[in-house]
Design a protein around this ligand. Structure first.
Ligand SMILES: [Zn+2]
Length: 424
Protein backbone atom coordinates (compact mmCIF):
# COMPACT_ATOMS: atom_id res chain seq x y z
CA UNK A 1 0.00 0.00 0.00
CA UNK A 2 1.20 3.50 -0.81
CA UNK A 3 0.21 6.61 1.14
CA UNK A 4 0.45 10.27 0.17
CA UNK A 5 -0.60 13.44 1.99
CA UNK A 6 -3.26 15.52 0.21
CA UNK A 7 -4.74 18.95 0.79
CA UNK A 8 -6.72 19.14 4.05
CA UNK A 9 -10.06 17.32 3.51
CA UNK A 10 -9.21 17.33 -0.24
CA UNK A 11 -10.08 21.02 -0.27
CA UNK A 12 -7.86 23.89 -1.41
CA UNK A 13 -6.96 26.31 1.40
CA UNK A 14 -8.36 29.83 1.14
CA UNK A 15 -7.21 32.60 3.46
CA UNK A 16 -7.74 36.35 3.79
CA UNK A 17 -4.70 38.37 4.85
CA UNK A 18 -5.36 41.85 6.25
CA UNK A 19 -2.41 44.20 6.61
CA UNK A 20 -1.94 47.61 8.21
CA UNK A 21 -4.70 47.10 10.74
CA UNK A 22 -4.10 48.47 14.22
CA UNK A 23 -6.12 49.65 17.17
CA UNK A 24 -7.73 53.10 17.14
CA UNK A 25 -5.87 54.92 14.33
CA UNK A 26 -5.97 54.84 10.53
CA UNK A 27 -2.32 53.96 10.03
CA UNK A 28 -2.32 54.94 6.33
CA UNK A 29 -3.06 58.56 7.19
CA UNK A 30 -0.14 58.77 9.63
CA UNK A 31 2.15 56.85 7.28
CA UNK A 32 1.53 59.35 4.49
CA UNK A 33 1.97 62.34 6.80
CA UNK A 34 5.19 60.99 8.34
CA UNK A 35 6.64 59.95 5.00
CA UNK A 36 5.91 63.38 3.59
CA UNK A 37 7.66 65.10 6.50
CA UNK A 38 10.58 62.68 6.30
CA UNK A 39 11.04 63.37 2.60
CA UNK A 40 11.04 67.12 3.13
CA UNK A 41 13.76 66.62 5.76
CA UNK A 42 15.94 64.22 3.81
CA UNK A 43 15.10 64.15 0.10
CA UNK A 44 13.18 67.35 -0.74
CA UNK A 45 14.22 67.18 -4.40
CA UNK A 46 12.87 63.66 -4.98
CA UNK A 47 9.24 63.09 -6.02
CA UNK A 48 6.90 61.29 -3.58
CA UNK A 49 6.69 57.50 -3.94
CA UNK A 50 4.28 54.83 -2.70
CA UNK A 51 1.32 55.95 -0.64
CA UNK A 52 2.83 59.43 -0.18
CA UNK A 53 1.43 60.15 -3.64
CA UNK A 54 -1.94 60.39 -1.86
CA UNK A 55 -0.74 63.34 0.23
CA UNK A 56 -3.31 65.57 -1.49
CA UNK A 57 -6.11 63.27 -0.20
CA UNK A 58 -5.19 63.44 3.48
CA UNK A 59 -8.23 65.65 4.07
CA UNK A 60 -10.44 62.73 2.98
CA UNK A 61 -8.68 60.22 5.23
CA UNK A 62 -9.97 59.98 8.80
CA UNK A 63 -7.30 59.59 11.47
CA UNK A 64 -9.24 56.82 13.21
CA UNK A 65 -11.12 53.67 12.24
CA UNK A 66 -13.72 53.00 14.92
CA UNK A 67 -14.01 49.82 16.98
CA UNK A 68 -17.70 49.72 16.02
CA UNK A 69 -16.61 49.21 12.41
CA UNK A 70 -14.17 46.38 13.11
CA UNK A 71 -16.96 44.73 15.13
CA UNK A 72 -19.30 44.87 12.14
CA UNK A 73 -16.56 43.70 9.75
CA UNK A 74 -15.42 40.88 12.06
CA UNK A 75 -18.95 39.61 12.63
CA UNK A 76 -19.64 39.58 8.91
CA UNK A 77 -16.46 37.60 8.22
CA UNK A 78 -17.42 35.18 11.01
CA UNK A 79 -20.91 34.62 9.58
CA UNK A 80 -19.37 34.03 6.15
CA UNK A 81 -16.82 31.51 7.44
CA UNK A 82 -13.89 33.63 6.29
CA UNK A 83 -10.60 32.92 8.06
CA UNK A 84 -7.13 34.37 7.75
CA UNK A 85 -4.71 36.80 9.36
CA UNK A 86 -5.34 40.28 10.76
CA UNK A 87 -2.40 42.55 11.64
CA UNK A 88 -2.46 44.24 15.02
CA UNK A 89 0.36 46.78 14.85
CA UNK A 90 1.42 47.22 18.48
CA UNK A 91 2.83 50.81 18.37
CA UNK A 92 1.19 52.09 15.18
CA UNK A 93 3.03 55.02 13.62
CA UNK A 94 4.50 55.63 17.08
CA UNK A 95 1.18 57.24 18.09
CA UNK A 96 0.32 54.96 21.00
CA UNK A 97 1.18 51.56 22.46
CA UNK A 98 -1.46 48.85 22.45
CA UNK A 99 -0.54 48.03 26.05
CA UNK A 100 -0.48 51.65 27.29
CA UNK A 101 -2.99 53.73 25.36
CA UNK A 102 -3.35 56.43 22.72
CA UNK A 103 -3.03 59.94 24.07
CA UNK A 104 -5.59 62.31 22.60
CA UNK A 105 -8.08 59.54 21.76
CA UNK A 106 -10.95 58.35 23.98
CA UNK A 107 -9.81 55.55 26.32
CA UNK A 108 -12.95 53.60 25.42
CA UNK A 109 -11.79 53.21 21.80
CA UNK A 110 -8.70 51.15 22.68
CA UNK A 111 -10.73 49.17 25.21
CA UNK A 112 -13.40 48.41 22.59
CA UNK A 113 -10.81 47.60 19.93
CA UNK A 114 -9.16 45.07 22.26
CA UNK A 115 -12.49 43.51 23.20
CA UNK A 116 -13.58 43.09 19.58
CA UNK A 117 -10.15 41.88 18.52
CA UNK A 118 -10.04 39.18 21.16
CA UNK A 119 -13.72 38.18 21.25
CA UNK A 120 -14.63 38.35 17.54
CA UNK A 121 -11.63 38.57 15.21
CA UNK A 122 -9.39 36.11 16.99
CA UNK A 123 -11.82 33.21 16.49
CA UNK A 124 -11.20 33.32 12.75
CA UNK A 125 -8.01 35.30 12.24
CA UNK A 126 -4.45 34.98 13.46
CA UNK A 127 -3.33 38.23 15.02
CA UNK A 128 0.20 39.37 14.23
CA UNK A 129 2.33 42.41 14.82
CA UNK A 130 3.39 44.17 11.64
CA UNK A 131 6.55 45.04 13.53
CA UNK A 132 6.39 47.91 15.95
CA UNK A 133 5.18 51.04 14.15
CA UNK A 134 4.99 50.21 10.41
CA UNK A 135 6.54 53.64 9.94
CA UNK A 136 9.82 54.62 11.58
CA UNK A 137 12.12 52.25 13.46
CA UNK A 138 11.94 52.44 17.27
CA UNK A 139 15.10 52.76 19.37
CA UNK A 140 14.38 50.04 21.96
CA UNK A 141 16.56 51.77 24.58
CA UNK A 142 14.60 55.03 24.56
CA UNK A 143 11.36 54.05 22.77
CA UNK A 144 11.84 57.10 20.53
CA UNK A 145 11.37 56.95 16.76
CA UNK A 146 14.56 57.08 14.66
CA UNK A 147 14.97 58.44 11.14
CA UNK A 148 15.17 54.89 9.66
CA UNK A 149 11.97 53.28 8.33
CA UNK A 150 10.97 49.71 9.09
CA UNK A 151 10.13 49.04 5.46
CA UNK A 152 12.97 50.96 3.79
CA UNK A 153 16.26 50.95 5.70
CA UNK A 154 15.23 47.73 7.47
CA UNK A 155 14.72 45.76 4.27
CA UNK A 156 18.32 45.04 5.26
CA UNK A 157 18.01 45.12 9.06
CA UNK A 158 20.95 45.00 11.48
CA UNK A 159 20.99 41.30 12.35
CA UNK A 160 22.04 41.78 15.97
CA UNK A 161 18.93 43.88 16.72
CA UNK A 162 16.43 41.81 14.80
CA UNK A 163 15.34 39.20 17.39
CA UNK A 164 14.96 41.82 20.13
CA UNK A 165 12.96 44.05 17.81
CA UNK A 166 10.53 41.30 16.76
CA UNK A 167 10.31 40.04 20.36
CA UNK A 168 9.43 43.58 21.52
CA UNK A 169 6.58 43.71 18.99
CA UNK A 170 5.30 40.31 20.18
CA UNK A 171 5.67 41.34 23.82
CA UNK A 172 3.50 44.46 23.46
CA UNK A 173 0.73 42.28 22.05
CA UNK A 174 1.24 39.80 24.85
CA UNK A 175 1.00 42.60 27.42
CA UNK A 176 -2.38 43.41 25.87
CA UNK A 177 -3.47 39.76 26.18
CA UNK A 178 -2.76 38.65 22.61
CA UNK A 179 -0.54 35.64 21.89
CA UNK A 180 0.51 36.05 18.26
CA UNK A 181 0.98 33.05 15.96
CA UNK A 182 3.48 34.80 13.69
CA UNK A 183 4.49 38.15 12.25
CA UNK A 184 3.79 40.31 9.23
CA UNK A 185 6.53 42.32 7.54
CA UNK A 186 5.74 45.99 7.13
CA UNK A 187 6.47 46.36 3.42
CA UNK A 188 9.68 44.52 2.59
CA UNK A 189 11.07 44.56 6.14
CA UNK A 190 13.81 41.92 6.31
CA UNK A 191 13.69 40.91 2.65
CA UNK A 192 17.43 41.27 2.04
CA UNK A 193 18.20 39.02 5.01
CA UNK A 194 15.33 36.57 4.77
CA UNK A 195 17.15 33.66 6.41
CA UNK A 196 18.26 35.77 9.40
CA UNK A 197 14.79 37.30 9.58
CA UNK A 198 13.10 33.87 9.59
CA UNK A 199 15.52 32.74 12.32
CA UNK A 200 14.75 35.87 14.37
CA UNK A 201 10.99 35.22 14.03
CA UNK A 202 11.46 31.67 15.36
CA UNK A 203 13.74 32.80 18.21
CA UNK A 204 11.40 35.65 19.19
CA UNK A 205 8.32 33.37 19.03
CA UNK A 206 10.06 30.85 21.30
CA UNK A 207 11.20 33.59 23.69
CA UNK A 208 7.91 35.45 24.04
CA UNK A 209 5.24 32.83 23.38
CA UNK A 210 7.07 29.46 23.51
CA UNK A 211 5.81 28.91 19.98
CA UNK A 212 8.11 26.53 18.04
CA UNK A 213 6.12 26.69 14.77
CA UNK A 214 5.37 30.32 13.86
CA UNK A 215 4.92 31.92 10.44
CA UNK A 216 5.94 35.13 8.76
CA UNK A 217 4.40 36.99 5.85
CA UNK A 218 6.93 38.86 3.74
CA UNK A 219 6.47 37.98 0.07
CA UNK A 220 3.54 37.83 -2.31
CA UNK A 221 3.23 36.99 -5.99
CA UNK A 222 0.25 37.51 -8.28
CA UNK A 223 1.90 35.44 -11.05
CA UNK A 224 3.96 32.57 -9.58
CA UNK A 225 2.36 29.30 -8.40
CA UNK A 226 1.93 29.72 -4.61
CA UNK A 227 4.03 27.64 -2.22
CA UNK A 228 4.54 27.48 1.55
CA UNK A 229 8.33 27.47 2.08
CA UNK A 230 9.56 26.21 5.46
CA UNK A 231 12.66 27.74 7.03
CA UNK A 232 15.07 26.52 9.74
CA UNK A 233 13.49 23.09 10.02
CA UNK A 234 14.55 21.16 13.12
CA UNK A 235 12.59 17.92 12.93
CA UNK A 236 14.02 16.47 16.13
CA UNK A 237 12.83 19.42 18.20
CA UNK A 238 9.63 20.11 16.26
CA UNK A 239 10.72 23.58 15.14
CA UNK A 240 10.18 25.36 11.84
CA UNK A 241 9.00 28.69 10.42
CA UNK A 242 6.49 28.87 7.56
CA UNK A 243 6.62 31.64 4.97
CA UNK A 244 3.05 32.58 4.05
CA UNK A 245 2.80 33.84 0.45
CA UNK A 246 -0.43 35.36 -0.89
CA UNK A 247 -1.19 34.83 -4.57
CA UNK A 248 -2.81 38.23 -5.25
CA UNK A 249 -2.07 41.91 -5.04
CA UNK A 250 -4.31 44.17 -2.97
CA UNK A 251 -7.21 44.64 -5.37
CA UNK A 252 -9.50 45.70 -2.49
CA UNK A 253 -8.24 49.28 -2.59
CA UNK A 254 -5.31 49.61 -0.10
CA UNK A 255 -5.65 53.17 1.28
CA UNK A 256 -9.24 53.43 0.01
CA UNK A 257 -7.99 55.35 -3.04
CA UNK A 258 -6.19 52.57 -4.94
CA UNK A 259 -7.16 49.80 -7.39
CA UNK A 260 -10.40 48.20 -6.23
CA UNK A 261 -11.81 45.54 -8.55
CA UNK A 262 -13.37 42.14 -7.75
CA UNK A 263 -12.76 40.90 -11.31
CA UNK A 264 -9.02 40.81 -10.71
CA UNK A 265 -9.71 38.19 -8.01
CA UNK A 266 -12.51 36.28 -9.78
CA UNK A 267 -14.75 37.37 -12.63
CA UNK A 268 -18.54 37.16 -12.62
CA UNK A 269 -18.44 34.05 -14.86
CA UNK A 270 -16.11 32.44 -12.24
CA UNK A 271 -13.49 31.61 -14.86
CA UNK A 272 -11.27 34.66 -15.07
CA UNK A 273 -9.07 36.41 -12.51
CA UNK A 274 -6.26 35.12 -10.35
CA UNK A 275 -8.22 32.94 -7.89
CA UNK A 276 -9.73 30.37 -10.31
CA UNK A 277 -6.29 29.83 -11.86
CA UNK A 278 -4.80 29.02 -8.44
CA UNK A 279 -7.81 27.00 -7.22
CA UNK A 280 -7.78 24.84 -10.38
CA UNK A 281 -4.19 23.85 -9.48
CA UNK A 282 -5.32 23.16 -5.88
CA UNK A 283 -2.57 25.41 -4.48
CA UNK A 284 -2.96 27.47 -1.28
CA UNK A 285 -4.95 30.52 -2.25
CA UNK A 286 -4.39 33.55 -0.05
CA UNK A 287 -5.89 36.97 -0.78
CA UNK A 288 -4.37 40.17 0.56
CA UNK A 289 -5.95 43.51 1.42
CA UNK A 290 -5.03 46.57 3.49
CA UNK A 291 -7.34 47.51 6.34
CA UNK A 292 -8.04 51.20 5.55
CA UNK A 293 -9.85 50.45 2.27
CA UNK A 294 -12.56 48.49 4.08
CA UNK A 295 -13.64 51.70 5.86
CA UNK A 296 -12.14 54.83 4.31
CA UNK A 297 -13.78 56.54 1.28
CA UNK A 298 -17.03 54.60 1.81
CA UNK A 299 -15.17 51.32 2.11
CA UNK A 300 -14.57 50.14 -1.47
CA UNK A 301 -12.66 47.16 -0.07
CA UNK A 302 -15.65 45.87 1.92
CA UNK A 303 -17.81 45.98 -1.23
CA UNK A 304 -15.17 44.07 -3.19
CA UNK A 305 -14.80 41.50 -0.38
CA UNK A 306 -18.57 40.89 -0.31
CA UNK A 307 -18.64 40.41 -4.07
CA UNK A 308 -15.56 38.17 -4.16
CA UNK A 309 -16.98 36.03 -1.36
CA UNK A 310 -20.30 35.72 -3.22
CA UNK A 311 -18.44 34.56 -6.33
CA UNK A 312 -16.24 32.13 -4.38
CA UNK A 313 -19.39 30.63 -2.85
CA UNK A 314 -20.83 30.24 -6.36
CA UNK A 315 -17.56 28.62 -7.46
CA UNK A 316 -17.83 26.07 -4.65
CA UNK A 317 -21.54 25.88 -3.78
CA UNK A 318 -21.37 22.73 -1.64
CA UNK A 319 -18.02 23.67 0.03
CA UNK A 320 -16.37 20.47 -1.16
CA UNK A 321 -13.54 22.17 -3.05
CA UNK A 322 -12.27 24.94 -0.77
CA UNK A 323 -11.56 25.41 2.93
CA UNK A 324 -11.08 28.76 4.70
CA UNK A 325 -8.13 28.53 7.09
CA UNK A 326 -6.09 30.82 9.33
CA UNK A 327 -2.60 31.39 7.96
CA UNK A 328 -1.10 29.61 11.00
CA UNK A 329 -3.26 26.58 10.14
CA UNK A 330 -1.86 26.58 6.60
CA UNK A 331 1.68 26.83 8.02
CA UNK A 332 1.04 23.96 10.43
CA UNK A 333 -0.54 21.82 7.72
CA UNK A 334 2.45 22.27 5.43
CA UNK A 335 4.81 21.38 8.28
CA UNK A 336 2.83 18.21 9.04
CA UNK A 337 2.59 17.39 5.34
CA UNK A 338 6.33 17.61 4.66
CA UNK A 339 7.91 16.85 8.07
CA UNK A 340 5.95 13.77 9.23
CA UNK A 341 7.41 10.28 8.77
CA UNK A 342 4.96 7.77 7.30
CA UNK A 343 5.82 4.06 7.42
CA UNK A 344 3.76 1.30 5.84
CA UNK A 345 3.82 -1.79 8.05
CA UNK A 346 2.48 -5.34 7.74
CA UNK A 347 -1.13 -5.66 8.91
CA UNK A 348 -2.07 -8.07 11.69
CA UNK A 349 -4.25 -10.14 9.32
CA UNK A 350 -4.05 -10.78 5.55
CA UNK A 351 -6.92 -8.38 4.77
CA UNK A 352 -5.47 -5.42 6.74
CA UNK A 353 -2.83 -2.78 6.08
CA UNK A 354 -1.15 -0.61 8.69
CA UNK A 355 0.45 2.83 8.62
CA UNK A 356 2.50 4.43 11.33
CA UNK A 357 2.88 8.22 11.29
CA UNK A 358 5.40 9.92 13.51
CA UNK A 359 5.50 13.67 13.83
CA UNK A 360 6.37 16.63 16.00
CA UNK A 361 4.18 18.80 13.78
CA UNK A 362 0.51 18.36 14.75
CA UNK A 363 -2.30 19.62 12.54
CA UNK A 364 -6.05 19.51 12.09
CA UNK A 365 -7.65 17.69 9.14
CA UNK A 366 -4.56 15.68 8.15
CA UNK A 367 -5.61 13.89 4.97
CA UNK A 368 -4.05 10.79 3.43
CA UNK A 369 -4.63 9.14 0.08
CA UNK A 370 -4.20 5.35 0.10
CA UNK A 371 -4.09 3.23 -3.06
CA UNK A 372 -6.51 0.60 -1.74
CA UNK A 373 -10.29 0.51 -1.43
CA UNK A 374 -11.17 0.18 2.26
CA UNK A 375 -14.27 -1.18 3.95
CA UNK A 376 -13.20 -0.13 7.43
CA UNK A 377 -10.57 2.25 8.87
CA UNK A 378 -9.30 2.82 12.39
CA UNK A 379 -7.11 5.74 13.41
CA UNK A 380 -5.40 4.95 16.71
CA UNK A 381 -8.11 3.26 18.78
CA UNK A 382 -10.96 5.14 17.11
CA UNK A 383 -13.22 3.86 14.38
CA UNK A 384 -13.47 6.17 11.32
CA UNK A 385 -16.92 6.75 9.91
CA UNK A 386 -17.44 6.19 6.17
CA UNK A 387 -18.17 9.48 4.39
CA UNK A 388 -20.94 9.41 1.77
CA UNK A 389 -19.38 12.09 -0.44
CA UNK A 390 -16.63 14.70 -0.56
CA UNK A 391 -19.08 17.14 1.01
CA UNK A 392 -19.47 14.76 3.95
CA UNK A 393 -15.70 14.16 4.26
CA UNK A 394 -14.38 15.53 7.58
CA UNK A 395 -11.81 14.65 10.25
CA UNK A 396 -12.78 11.26 11.69
CA UNK A 397 -14.12 9.90 8.39
CA UNK A 398 -12.84 7.99 5.35
CA UNK A 399 -13.95 8.28 1.75
CA UNK A 400 -13.65 5.58 -0.92
CA UNK A 401 -13.44 6.67 -4.55
CA UNK A 402 -12.70 3.97 -7.12
CA UNK A 403 -9.67 2.03 -5.93
CA UNK A 404 -8.55 4.76 -3.52
CA UNK A 405 -9.33 5.63 0.09
CA UNK A 406 -8.94 9.05 1.66
CA UNK A 407 -8.63 9.23 5.44
CA UNK A 408 -8.87 12.47 7.44
CA UNK A 409 -8.09 12.99 11.11
CA UNK A 410 -6.50 15.46 13.51
CA UNK A 411 -2.83 14.50 13.70
CA UNK A 412 -1.34 14.74 17.19
CA UNK A 413 2.32 14.98 18.17
CA UNK A 414 3.90 11.53 18.51
CA UNK A 415 2.93 8.26 16.81
CA UNK A 416 -0.42 7.56 15.16
CA UNK A 417 -1.42 4.20 13.73
CA UNK A 418 -3.90 3.86 10.87
CA UNK A 419 -5.37 0.42 10.23
CA UNK A 420 -7.18 -0.28 6.97
CA UNK A 421 -9.39 -3.28 6.14
CA UNK A 422 -9.29 -3.87 2.37
CA UNK A 423 -12.55 -4.25 0.56
CA UNK A 424 -12.37 -7.64 -1.15
ZN1 LIG B 1 1.73 46.87 5.68
Amino acid sequence: MNAAVCNPLLRTPLSLIIDDSCPVINKARYWIQQRHEWRLRHEPDKPPTGWEKHYDKLGQMPNTIPAAFVEKWGEWCGEQGIRGKFSMIPFPAGVGRIDRGFEGFPKSELRDWLRVTKDILWRNFDLTPEMLTHTRVVDLKTWQLTEAWEQYEWTDPPEELLTDYIAAAMQLLRNAGITCEGVTSPGSFGIKKESAYARAVLDAALRVNRNPQPFFFLRSSATEPPTVPLWHVDKANGRAVASIIPCTNDWFGATGFDTSNPDLFITEDLRGGRLPAVLEKELPCMLIGHWPCFYVNNGPGFKVLKEVKRRLDAYDPDRSKTLWMKTSEIGHYWMARTLSDIHVEAGATPDTERLRIETKFPTHNFTLSLDVAAKRVKVGGGESRPARSRRDFHAGTFLVEGGRTFVAFDLPTGATTVTVWRNG
